[in-house]
Design a protein around this ligand. Structure first.
Ligand SMILES: O=C(O)CCC(=O)C(=O)O
Length: 259
């Protein structure tokens, strides 16, 4: 067992909710140093943000961050060349809901985002807002952009150093920044390069193969029941069973079985 890899339940929850947060124990002063360099930048270098602030690699190379990536994308995952510094300026408005991915109901988990926050993000600082469970839901982006609050939305009010891994199709937006502080987030993109032939996380076959238990439902701690019953959006039964099928296909794909 590798202490940095995810458990079965954590992998299953990622498939169900579309996100996973890690809080790596970064070297003292690293977040502060990165934030200071970002505060001083007077242009956005785009993909070259890692050249402007090379210490960002220390975040990506942290064992807790790598452990989550290996668990979900395999040991040969790639850090893609596209990345972006999202500097949310003081007194700037909200950003509409959208999906970054291709709006698929994708049964293969091959690519997703990592959002790194070098400072604490308070509710008034324009946190990213995600809607857990929306990653398999198609919605025309122009229509989605007109929605306001959505039941189940989660503002990423996080502590400095947090990395939020989010499914590429997860619905997200940003709250307005009503504070006098810049809110920094660096978005990275990670990609699988090899299909799994076996689980790449801390897999326990016994615990992962428990029978379905209707009495546990949302309290479930095991894979079968997490995949079957978790319903973060509270959708109807006829809607839920379609989603359940996609989750199970994703799980089988990660297990190295045919999807
Ligand atoms: O700045 C943020 O919090 C979110 C940015 C965003 O929506 C995106 O990168 O697609």
């Amino acid at each position: 067992m590798n202490e940095h890899l995810l458990s079965d339940a954590e992998v299953a929850r990622f498939l169900v909710s579309g996100y996973h947060l890690v809080e790596p124990e970064l070297p003292a002063g690293l977040n502060e140093s990165i934030a200071a360099q970002l505060n001083a930048l007077d242009y956005n270098p785009g993909d070259a943000i890692t050249e402007a602030v090379p210490e960002l690699w220390q975040v990506l190379d942290h064992p807790t961050v790598k452990g989550a990536l290996v668990s979900l994308l395999g040991p040969d995952y790639e850090v893609q060349s596209h990345r972006h510094w999202h500097c949310k300026q003081p007194n700037s408005p909200h950003m509409n809901w959208h999906q970054d991915g291709l709006n698929n109901r994708d049964v293969l988990l091959n690519r997703f985002l990592g959002l790194y926050y070098p400072t604490d993000v308070t509710p008034d600082m324009g946190p990213t807002i995600i809607v857990p469970g929306t990653q398999f839901r198609n919605a025309p982006t122009d229509r989605m952009a007109t929605y306001s609050n959505i039941r189940g939305q989660v503002p990423l009010v996080v502590k400095a150093g947090t990395v939020a891994f989010t499914h590429y199709d997860l619905w997200h937006g940003t709250a307005a920044n009503r504070s006098p502080h810049k809110r920094h987030m660096i978005k990275f993109l990670f990609r699988r390069t090899q299909n799994n032939t076996a689980p790449t996380w801390n897999h326990d076959p016994e615990a992962a193969n428990k029978p379905a238990d209707w009495n546990e439902r949302d309290r479930a701690e095991d894979v079968t029941n997490i995949l079957n019953f978790t319903n973060p959006l509270g959708v109807s039964q006829s809607d839920h069973y379609k989603e359940r099928a996609i989750r199970r296909q994703n799980w089988n794909y990660l297990m190295g079985l045919s999807a």
